[in-house]
Design a protein around this ligand. Structure first.
Ligand SMILES: Nc1nc2c(c(=O)[nH]1)N[C@@H](CN(C=O)c1ccc(C(=O)N[C@@H](CCC(=O)O)C(=O)O)cc1)CN2
Ligand SMILES: [Mg+2]
Length: 284
């Protein structure tokens, strides 16, 4: 028996269709069209790919994407001034500053400069705090997208033991909160965790967000577990692989995301959902 595949590509396509319909309706009701500012600083090649995809997604659903491609030499003050301008622009409902930013830029200061109402990445402390407190707000795209993927499985989250591997601000920490809010019992593992294998073996739901090729051997997976692989690791031959050793894990898991075509498409689809939500909150 092999795991059932959680088809992120198909699920994301369904979300884009729903959003496209909502935008068409807004247009015919003379309501504002969601405007997303997509800010890319520097020449990180992976970021360039992700930003291109996000801009293409916006075009497909009928959002107005505003492109800001800035050189690596952009200063903190210049980027801050752009964020201030976008905060004040009524045609912009969402501001996305692609990460990572160049080393000389204080990324946290930029994140905190974004109006929380336009923070469609859900990275602003106010939005993270709202997630902690189980209040409505803009929720970080990858963890929120993972919750959407889980809704497309028969995984019973209530009381399930969820193990998150990784403690980053973008994925691991908000992921643990999302799972806790869904009433899982949550364990967060990281580079100092003792006996990782033992933790993984107890996971009914495993979320791997480490960024290291095949870091989790497939035979560690609890039989029947739901495995969400957030890792996107490019191999020398150009192939993308996850953090979980896929062939072995597929033999044991009940459900599993592929890489590519699992979490990544949901990160982008959730950005669109957040931008539509921000537009509704700002303009009705
Ligand atoms: N401001 C942000 N920066 C970053 C975020 C984020 O959510 N907001 N997350 C990651 C990267 N990321 C989004 O920007 C992202 C990564 C991967 C994908 C994706 O669709 N991946 C595809 C494969 C793409 C490829 O061929 O290379 C897949 O997994 O199928 C989308 C978004 C860091 N920065
Ligand atoms: Mg949702």
């Amino acid at each position: 028996m092999g795991a059932q595949i959680i088809d992120g590509k198909a699920i994301a396509a369904g979300i884009r269709d729903t959003i496209q319909t909502a935008v068409t309706e807004r247009r015919s009701n003379n309501q504002s069209i969601p405007g997303l500012a997509v800010v890319l600083v520097g020449d990180n090649s992976a970021s360039a790919v992700y930003v291109r995809m996000k801009r293409r997604d916006c075009e497909q659903v009928g959002f107005a994407a505003q492109d800001h491609d800035l050189p690596t030499s952009t200063t903190q003050d210049e980027l801050t001034a752009l964020v201030d301008e976008l905060n004040a622009d009524p045609a912009i409902h969402g501001i996305l500053v692609q990460l990572p930013l160049p080393d000389h830029i204080d990324a946290q200061a930029i994140i905190e400069r974004i109006d929380p109402a336009k923070d469609v990445d859900g990275f602003h402390p106010q939005n993270v705090g709202r997630l902690v407190l189980r209040l409505p707000g803009l929720r970080s795209c990858t963890p929120h997208g993972v919750m959407t993927l889980l809704e497309h499985t028969d995984t019973d989250l209530v009381g399930a033991h969820a193990v998150v591997i990784g403690q980053s601000n973008i994925v691991g920490r908000p992921m643990a909160l999302e799972l806790l809010n869904a009433r899982c019992t949550v364990t967060v593992c990281h580079s100092r965790t003792r006996d990782l294998q033992d933790q993984v073996a107890q996971a009914d739901v495993l979320v791997a967000a480490v960024g290291r090729t095949a870091f989790i051997p497939g035979d560690w997976i609890k039989p029947g577990a739901t495995v969400i692989d957030v890792g996107i690791n490019r191999q020398e031959d150009g192939r993308l692989v996850g953090d979980v050793e896929a062939d072995g894990a597929m033999q044991r898991a009940g459900w599993m995301t592929p890489v590519p075509g699992g979490v990544g498409p949901l990160t982008r689809a959730t950005l669109l959902e957040n931008t539509l939500e921000a537009t509704r909150q700002l303009d009705g």
